[in-house]
Design a protein around this ligand. Sequence first.
Ligand code: AMP
Ligand code: GLY
Length: 426
Amino acid sequence: MNILLLGSGGREHAMAWKITQSRLCSHLFIAPGNAGTAKCGTNLETAVTDFEGLKKICVDENIGMVVVGPEEPLVKGIVDFFAGDKALKKIPVIGPSAKGAQLEGSKAFSKKFMERHQIPTAVYREFDMDNYEEGIKYLEKHPLPIVLKADGLAAGKGVVICQSYVEAMAEYELMLQHSKFGEASRKIVVEEFLNGIELSVFILTDGKHYVILPEAKDYKRIGEEDKGLNTGGMGAISPVPFADETFMNKITDRILKPTIEGLGKDKIDYRGFIFIGVIKIGGDPYVIEYNCRLGDPETEVVLPRLKNDLVELFCAVPEQRLNEFLIEMDERVACTIMAVSRGYPGSYEKGFEITGLDKEVGKDSIVFHAGTLSDGEKILTNGGRVLCVSSFAETIYEAVDKSRDVLEQIDFDGIYYRRDIGYEFL
Ligand code: AMP
Ligand code: GLY
């Protein structure tokens, strides 16, 4: 079967790497891809939200399955577009319908969903211009810190944690009155701050059943010891030391099962990944957020640890037979370290040559490209997050060490990476 994968980050390179290991994949096409995915299949210059362009690829290349990496096409309804098109409706798309993608596309929607299905999460209220004054009064009585979230997609920047009332009021005004995040902040969620330790939990569901993939922890801050600005993610580890059996069972009973049952009760057709950002407080799990996709850079440790054939799992999704599968994981520890451009997550330059990619890496390490581009001869930087190195070892310490060794061979102007991924567990 020919498969079309959408996206162009490190997550998609890891997905492409895993998909092409399957006996069920004849040829992989990636739209638009990066210099890494080009080694796994054929990159095509079509945007992930250009549904007509993607339709043409599906018809021309006899595509048998579409796998969606990022959230945007899902929130914009790619699954519904395929289901409603005569030429495309038989092609399964791995991902939820637009309604299901609202779990990520609207914070207010996901909070109401959790409330309705008694899934543990932070206490919240939602506000817009219609109940603006009420929101001010709510903020005045709210304990600090206060979390303000733009309702819609805001490129990962829509959450602001305010340490003072002055900051909270200013942010509230900016988001609602001055459209700080455009359409995305026409409505906002104000919620209590949860103090605990986070992890990322991933499931693949066919709407009736689900399988749990390896869990991961990502490191979002730019600086070592989790200091500085938030980024898309600077590294990740899997497994997560505090995610023991007891805790994972609580997640299953209190979050995963009610989520799948809730989608069923709400008649939401959801056949794809769900990424649940979970926070552990005093031994109990709470949902911070849902995403309708895999995480980046979590995928770069989750998929290397997954022993199952990913395409076999995907084929079971439209047929709703994921109950036939047992997930097998590599017992070793995986870590990934992301190398980024100087200036990231602020503004940065692109187009610098990346050297050292031709050097031998050990059998326990893999280089995944994120923001890279080939000019035919050289590989150039093409984004803030440029590439990451994932490694396996018996301990976090050794895995991090192996990834750092590989990164030392690689260079581009302004390269920066955190050397302390997994530091709190060392
Ligand atoms: P999100 O954009 O929803 O992924 O949120 C970004 C990050 O903000 C999360 O990964 C958490 O670290 C943090 N966060 C979001 N909501 C809360 C909350 N209620 N309490 C504490 N931290 C939060
Ligand atoms: N690493 C967090 C995310 O993918 O949203």
